[in-house]
Design a protein around this ligand. Sequence first.
Ligand SMILES: NC(=O)c1ccc[n+]([C@@H]2O[C@H](COP(=O)([O-])OP(=O)(O)OC[C@H]3O[C@@H](n4cnc5c(N)ncnc54)[C@H](OP(=O)(O)O)[C@@H]3O)[C@@H](O)[C@H]2O)c1
Length: 257
Amino acid sequence: MNGTEMTLLALFILYAIALSAGLMRAGHRARPVLRADGPSDAPRNRPARILIVGATGGTGRQLVAQALERGYVVTALARNPAKLRIAHPQLTVIQGDVLDQAAVEVAMRGQQAVVSALGHKRFFWPTRILSGGTRNLLHAMAACGVRRLVCETSLGVGDSAGRMGLYYTLFTIPLILPFYFWDKARQERIIAESPVDWVIVRPGRLTNAGRRGQLRHGPQVGNWLWTERISRADVAGFMLDQLVSDIYLRAAPGVAW
Ligand SMILES: NC(=O)c1ccc[n+]([C@@H]2O[C@H](COP(=O)([O-])OP(=O)(O)OC[C@H]3O[C@@H](n4cnc5c(N)ncnc54)[C@H](OP(=O)(O)O)[C@@H]3O)[C@@H](O)[C@H]2O)c1
């Protein structure tokens, strides 16, 4: 490697580290809470009717299927309802874009909780799909008196910055996903500053494998060196668990196998 290449490499590594630091500051960071009692896992009132956003995606389809299995009355907000390919008497699909406030409000009416697995593939230019869509959800929740939001983001944001492993920290996020992760950080911040009862779920690398039913969760999940994985099926199960547990209320646990 000649001198110029060494300089370019050093500059790139500096950029990747600065981006990670920015994602740490921009996303949600837990503040130490001085209270004698820990978070409560006492069973809370189970909502009956839930809105699922991102329902036609990998995690979203798992959310819909597992929520129906658990007996919820499910409304799915989908840009293209035909993509969902699930029919069930307890499932209503509302066609709409999360960036369309009116469509979000129609879908929100009568709901008791929201579960979001919003994502997209517009990686290479700045977008506000995640943050703007989430802002619309929060407005509609306020308008309709819906209290609980469970939202999927990712390891690598907020106080999990760097925990997607070295390959993501030094290659995938800075080269392919900087705009996407920046919007995820904004999305987390908007949620964390909202008055609703929120849980942010940060998975490692997602796979389409089946449900193992066993996963690690909490603020220490994720690794600086290697990338930890988890199936979308297990993430969906964990997200639905958060509808009836307060253990991670206003917190952002990582999840991985
Ligand atoms: N891939 C990974 O390894 C990984 C790791 C950690 C976290 N995550 C995050 O986990 C989340 C879920 O990922 P995934 O791969 O399971 O999801 P996905 O397959 O990318 O699905 C995303 C969902 O969001 C919907 N969506 C996008 N824009 C929308 C809009 N404007 N209005 C309404 N719906 C919209 C999509 O609808 P359409 O079907 O209409 O496009 C789709 O249903 C994402 O935020 C992702 O970044 C991913």
